[in-house]
Design a protein around this ligand. Structure first.
Ligand SMILES: NC(=O)c1ccc[n+]([C@@H]2O[C@H](COP(=O)([O-])OP(=O)(O)OC[C@H]3O[C@@H](n4cnc5c(N)ncnc54)[C@H](OP(=O)(O)O)[C@@H]3O)[C@@H](O)[C@H]2O)c1
Length: 294
């Protein structure tokens, strides 16, 4: 990260001289401040943020919320990105269009994380379209919050199918295509470690399972040079858990930083784990929760 900043400073200096001020003999046209900033931004995009150039990523549940932020961020860092969704095709198409408008390549695939065949097909379609798969982000998840007496067994099975089995199936299918440098990144939850309100038992259980899977999968895949990590967010402002929702004030009261995160903040941690810089990080649960669990 330090070297990225250094490169950025170099670029800014270069563009400053291209602007040609104080240099009557300059061979470059004079640029006004706005033009210079545009050149700087373009150079920044081209030279600094392409840590994932040539890579292909699959983000499950990438049509909205945290997954959409991750898909856009990985594309900005140079990856071609496939994203799955369960039902909201217009939202998925919006994310694809945003990535394409910024010069990237993206693909949306309808694949319910609770349907193993659909998940396997999404992995296959990603590889067929982009020719390879380097990064899997298991983000798709649901949160059914109900006290134990009200929780139906169908709801229990659905929670397990989407939050645990879907993640396992996607990982199993994806790593068949990955080599040295491959990345599997789960989006768990700080609720794996701390569940400070009633009704969250099954959700917390599924996210604790994700943490366990992370450690075991890291052991399985380490010898192949593939890392497996688990990002555990605290409250993030999404449709699932809106910052204006009924739980918001009580959640904020538990935090060292009493605010919700933005999806981009979670995406930043995922981008780090996906990058070559994170090659020695595996089997880790990285909590990003504003001090929720502190
Ligand atoms: N928000 C938080 O405070 C928070 C905190 C900790 C952890 N997390 C975790 O972060 C992940 C994303 O949460 P979020 O807040 O961004 O949720 P969200 O706003 O509800 O978005 C969920 C995304 O996942 C997709 N999805 C849902 N069920 C799916 C399924 N069965 N198969 C495939 N895709 C499915 C949705 O697709 P459609 O658009 O088609 O419905 C959507 O793109 C989840 O694993 C969640 O547990 C969230």
């Amino acid at each position: 990260m330090r070297s990225e900043r250094h490169e950025g400073q170099k670029n800014r200096a270069l563009d400053g001289s291209l602007a040609g001020h104080d240099s009557p003999g300059a061979q470059f046209p004079l640029l006004d401040l706005e033009q210079t900033q545009a050149v700087n931004e373009r150079n920044t995009m081209n030279t600094i943020t392409k840590t994932l150039a040539g890579k292909v990523a699959l983000v499950t549940g990438g049509s909205r919320g945290i997954g959409a932020a991750i898909a856009k961020r990985l594309a900005r860092d140079g990856a071609n990105v496939a994203l799955t969704y369960a039902s909201a095709q217009p939202k998925a198409d919006e994310v694809v269009r945003a990535i394409q408008a910024a010069g990237g390549k993206a693909l949306a695939v309808c694949a319910d994380a609770g349907d193993a065949a659909a998940v396997q097909a999404a992995v296959a379609q990603t590889v067929q379209t982009f020719g390879r798969l380097d990064i899997l982000v298991n983000n798709a998840g649901i949160a059914i919050i109900k006290p134990v007496d009200a929780f139906s067994l169908d709801e229990f099975d659905r929670s397990v199918a989407v939050n645990i089995k879907g993640l396992f199936v996607a990982t199993q299918a994806a790593v068949r295509h990955m080599g040295e440098g491959g990345r599997v990144i789960h989006i768990g939850s700080v609720n794996a470690d701390r569940m400070p309100f009633a009704g969250g038992s099954v959700y917390a259980m599924t996210k604790a399972a994700v943490a366990g899977l992370t450690r075991g999968l890291a052991r399985d895949l380490g010898p192949r040079g593939i890392t497996v990590n688990n990002v555990q967010p605290g409250p993030v402002d999404t449709d699932l858990n809106p910052a204006t929702g009924p739980f918001a004030e009580s959640l904020k009261a538990l935090m060292a930083l009493p605010r919700y995160a933005h999806g981009d903040e979670i995406a930043g941690m995922v981008a780090y784990l996906a990058s070559p810089e994170a090659g020695f990080v595996t089997g880790a649960c990285l909590t990003i929760d504003g001090g929720f669990a502190a």
